[in-house]
Design a protein around this ligand. Structure first.
Ligand code: HEM
Length: 213
């Protein structure tokens, strides 16, 4: 085993800030939705709007970081070993089988993570952010007689935004469980807190990566 610096400082900051903001947006959002009462409707709307702006700023910095470091490549989905990883989560993990793929600094996401995280980044988060912005500003274009954003369309926007919120809540719950499925119960959590993780000596790259120079 060797200790490797897997998660850089900005990456950890972005991860934990994003987690806190999504949790807070979920709590305030579902209060707005009417699921429960905690802050009070008006305060929930106020807090949701502030957290949403913070989330958008964080997203802008994260996009810059992913492209300037080239880390966006970690998220390119692949079918290679996708089945093996799925079988591990459904069966292998309960039979104490070894992880099908070994993590490395250059390949820190397994094929299922690549697929799910790419889906979040390219689909769920853009949809929730765009529908949230339309929800936030629908009144203003209406004032200037922009017919397409009249109040009738708000229903669809609210439905799309809420669907995105349910998907994020489902992801959040699955993510909490999957955090515990690393090499040890807490190794994934410790790595995202400190940046360092104990990795096996020989990174087991996917076949197409192995053939690269
Ligand atoms: C950039 C991101 C976001 C923006 C701009 C945004 C904006 C908004 C706005 C303006 C509203 C309506 C408030 C009102 O009634 O006046 C709203 C509602 C809501 N938001 Fe967000 N939001 C964002 C992210 C999120 C996230 C990440 C979640 C969940 C994890 C979420 C969950 C909800 C829910 C459940 C509602 C209530 C929808 C309804 O019942 O109509 N939002 N959001």
């Amino acid at each position: 085993m060797r200790k490797e610096y897997v998660y850089q400082a900005f990456e950890r900051f972005w991860h934990w800030t994003q987690a806190a903001l999504i949790l807070f947006l979920g709590v305030t959002g579902f209060e707005i939705h009417g699921t429960f009462h905690f802050f009070g409707y008006a305060q929930a709307v106020h807090f949701h709007n502030i957290a949403a702006i913070a989330f958008l700023i964080l997203i802008a910095f994260a996009i810059f970081w992913h492209f300037s470091t080239g880390e966006w490549r970690q998220y390119i989905p692949t079918l290679t070993n996708l089945r093996a990883q799925g079988e591990y989560y459904v069966l292998g993990i309960f039979r104490n089988s070894p992880h099908p793929l070994k993590k490395s600094v250059l390949s820190k996401l397994n094929p299922l993570q690549k697929l799910v995280y790419a889906g979040l980044k390219l689909l769920v988060i853009p949809v929730i952010a765009l529908s949230g912005l339309l929800y936030m500003f629908y009144r203003y274009p209406q004032r200037y007689e922009v017919i397409a954003l009249r109040i009738e369309s708000l229903r669809t926007i609210a439905l799309i935004h809420t669907a995105g919120a349910f998907l994020l809540v489902a992801f959040f719950i699955a993510h909490l469980y999957l955090i515990t499925t690393g090499r040890t119960l807490t190794s994934n959590l410790k790595a995202m807190l400190t940046g360092f993780e104990e990795l096996e000596n020989e990174p087991n790259h996917a076949p197409e990566e192995r053939s690269q120079p």
